[in-house]
Design a protein around this ligand. Structure first.
Ligand SMILES: [Zn+2]
Ligand SMILES: [Zn+2]
Length: 182
């Protein structure tokens, strides 16, 4: 594996762990509880209420019941994630929580289809910044790296611009992000 792909993998990994960190503790506890409750229901409560033994073989039953548990746990984790993801995108948390709790998972699908880009503030002046901005609209502070020739987005690990072939190491700031200086 080349150094570049390795670096890109590390970036993806970092982004994923940042996303996972959005899941609050209560959601993790809730997910474990949801898993335990589904197991309790399917293994203990349900067989007692059944008059005939079910014809499903045990390995298949184990698989199905574990799947239901995992699904329930995932649902709680997702609600936790959305509770922290919605505010950073300027979306109404309360409205989306109600929407996502609706049965069938339709609300969750809608959420991921309709969610707004992450909103942030300029580290220099505090103005509102959107995900695709390169410079702050109020003070011109550079908020993401871009090509010094065509001013389109560049990844901090790129050496040449993918749009115009410009040598990014030759760009003076603000061509490259100040933070990335080697
Ligand atoms: Zn600013
Ligand atoms: Zn360029």
């Amino acid at each position: 594996m080349s150094n570049m792909t390795q670096q890109r993998d590390l970036q993806t990994e970092a982004r994923l762990s940042d996303e996972l960190r959005l899941i609050p503790r209560w959601a993790i506890a809730g997910a474990l509880l949801a898993f335990a409750l589904t197991q309790y229901y399917f293994w203990i409560v349900l067989p007692e209420h059944r008059h005939h033994p079910s014809g499903v073989p045990v390995p298949l039953r184990l698989y199905l019941i574990l799947s239901w548990g995992a699904l329930a746990a995932l649902y709680v984790l997702m609600i936790g994630y959305i509770s922290n993801d919605a505010p950073r995108r300027g979306m109404s948390t309360r409205l989306w929580m109600v929407c996502v709790i609706m049965p069938g998972g339709v609300g969750a699908v809608l959420y991921f289809l309709l969610r707004q880009p992450i909103t942030a503030t300029c580290p220099a002046c505090g103005a509102h910044i959107e995900g695709d901005y390169h410079y702050c609209p109020q003070c011109a502070y550079q908020v993401s790296s871009c090509c010094g020739n065509c001013y389109r987005s560049a990844r901090v690990t790129d050496i040449f611009c993918v749009h115009c072939g410009h040598d990014l190491t030759a760009s003076q700031p603000p061509g490259r992000l100040h933070a990335f200086t080697h």
